[in-house]
Write a protein that binds this ligand. Structure first.
Ligand SMILES: NC(=O)c1ccc[n+]([C@@H]2O[C@H](COP(=O)([O-])OP(=O)(O)OC[C@H]3O[C@@H](n4cnc5c(N)ncnc54)[C@H](OP(=O)(O)O)[C@@H]3O)[C@@H](O)[C@H]2O)c1
Length: 287
C-alpha cells in the first residue's frame, strides 16, 4: 500500500452518513484505518473514526483538522433535485468546494463515486451534473480515481429500500416492460475497491466502471425481492414519467431513476477485477 508509508495516513470521507458512507466507515474501521468523517449531522463515531460536523464546508475551520489526511473519499451526492437543492448546487458546486478543500489541506488523493453510464454526450440532469463534477476533479491536479457506479446493493441500499416500501404496500410497480438490465455490485466490493483506489498506483488518475459481474433485467431483479403475497404490476412507461414529472411526491420512481433504469446501462466488469485483484461477488450472493 502506498499511503501507509506516508506521514499522512488518515482517510477523510464526505457524505459519510449515507449508504456507501456508513459501509466504508465500517470497513475502514474494521481494518484499523483512521478515518475523519465530515457530515452535516453528528453521529456516534466508530473505533478509529473522528466525526466532524460541518455546516458550510468552511475551509479555515476544516483545513487544520485534515492535516493528517492522505486521501478524501467524496460521497456527497443526490439523485433527485428540488428548487432548494439542485443537482448543480449539490453535485457540482459542493464538488468544487471539496476539490478546493483537498488542494488547500494538501490532501493528495480524491476518490469520487460517479454514475455508470455518465459520458460526454449525456443528456439528462443527474448525469450532466456527475459529468461536470468529474471534470472538476480531473482538472484539479489531484491524484484521482473516479468510480462510475451501477446499482450498489447491500444492507438498506436505496433501491432495495424503495422495493421494500412497495412490498409493505403489497404491490411492486415495474415501469414499462422491465426488460431493461441492471448490473448490481455488492457494497462490500465497493468498499474494497475504494480502499484499493487509495492504496494502489494502478488506480491513479483513472475512471473505472464499478459494475457487478452479471446483468439482470429489472423484472427478474424485482421477482427476487417480491414475497409470495406481493403483486407485481407493470405500468405504462409514459404514465410513470408523467407522475415523476407532475406529481414527484407521489412518484415511486423519480425522473432520473427512470432515466437510469430504462437507460439499460451494462458494461464489462473484467477491468475492475483486473485492477482490484479480486473476484467480484456473484449476483446470487448479493440478492
Ligand atoms: N447507491 C448507489 O447505488 C449509487 C450508484 C451510483 C452512484 N452513487 C453515488 O455514490 C455517492 C454515495 O451514494 P449513497 O448511496 O451513499 O448516497 P446517499 O445515501 O444518498 O448519501 C449521500 C450523502 O450526500 C450528502 N448530501 C446530500 N445532499 C447534501 C447537501 N445538500 N449538502 C451536503 N451533503 C449532502 C449526505 O451527507 P451527510 O452524511 O452529511 O448527511 C448524504 O449522506 C453519491 O454521490 C451517489 O450519487 C450511488
Amino acid at each position: 500500500m502506498i499511503f501507509v508509508k506516508e506521514k499522512r495516513s488518515q482517510i477523510a470521507i464526505t457524505g459519510a452518513n449515507g449508504f456507501v458512507g456508513r459501509n466504508i466507515r465500517k470497513f475502514l474501521s474494521h481494518n484499523k484505518m483512521s478515518v475523519i468523517s465530515l457530515t452535516r449531522n453528528k453521529h456516534m463515531p466508530l473505533k478509529y473514526e473522528t466525526n466532524i460536523r460541518y455546516s458550510d464546508l468552511d475551509q479555515k475551520n476544516l483545513i487544520p483538522k485534515l492535516k493528517n489526511c492522505y486521501a478524501l473519499v467524496h460521497l456527497i451526492g443526490q439523485g433527485i433535485q428540488s428548487v432548494d437543492a439542485t443537482y448543480d448546487d449539490v453535485n457540482v458546486e459542493l464538488t468544487k468546494k471539496i476539490v478546493k478543500l483537498c488542494q488547500n489541506a494538501k490532501i493528495r488523493k480524491i476518490v469520487y463515486i460517479s454514475g455508470f453510464g455518465v459520458n460526454q454526450s449525456t443528456t439528462f440532469g443527474y448525469f450532466i451534473s456527475k459529468f461536470e463534477a468529474e471534470q472538476e476533479i480531473i482538472r484539479s491536479g489531484l491524484d484521482y480515481t473516479i468510480l462510475r457506479a451501477s446499482y450498489i446493493v447491500g444492507n438498506n441500499d436505496p433501491l432495495t429500500k424503495n422495493l421494500n416500501k412497495q412490498i409493505k404496500r403489497g404491490t411492486i410497480i415495474i415501469p414499462g416492460s422491465g426488460s431493461y438490465r441492471l448490473q448490481p455490485i455488492s457494497v462490500n466490493d465497493v468498499t474494497k475497491t475504494i480502499l484499493a483506489s487509495i492504496a494502489n498506483k494502478q488506480f491513479s488518475n483513472k475512471i473505472v466502471d464499478l459494475v457487478g459481474p452479471q446483468t439482470i433485467t429489472f423484472e427478474n431483479f424485482v421477482k427476487k425481492f417480491a414475497k409470495k403475497q406481493t403483486k407485481i404490476k407493470k405500468i405504462d412507461l409514459e404514465e410513470a414519467y408523467r407522475t415523476a414529472l407532475n406529481q414527484p411526491k407521489n412518484a415511486i420512481y423519480g425522473l432520473d431513476d427512470l432515466n437510469i433504469l430504462v437507460g439499460d446501462f451494462v458494461g464489462n466488469h473484467k477491468k475492475l477485477e483486473q485492477l482490484c485483484g479480486f473476484k467480484l461477488t456473484p449476483l446470487k450472493e448479493i440478492l
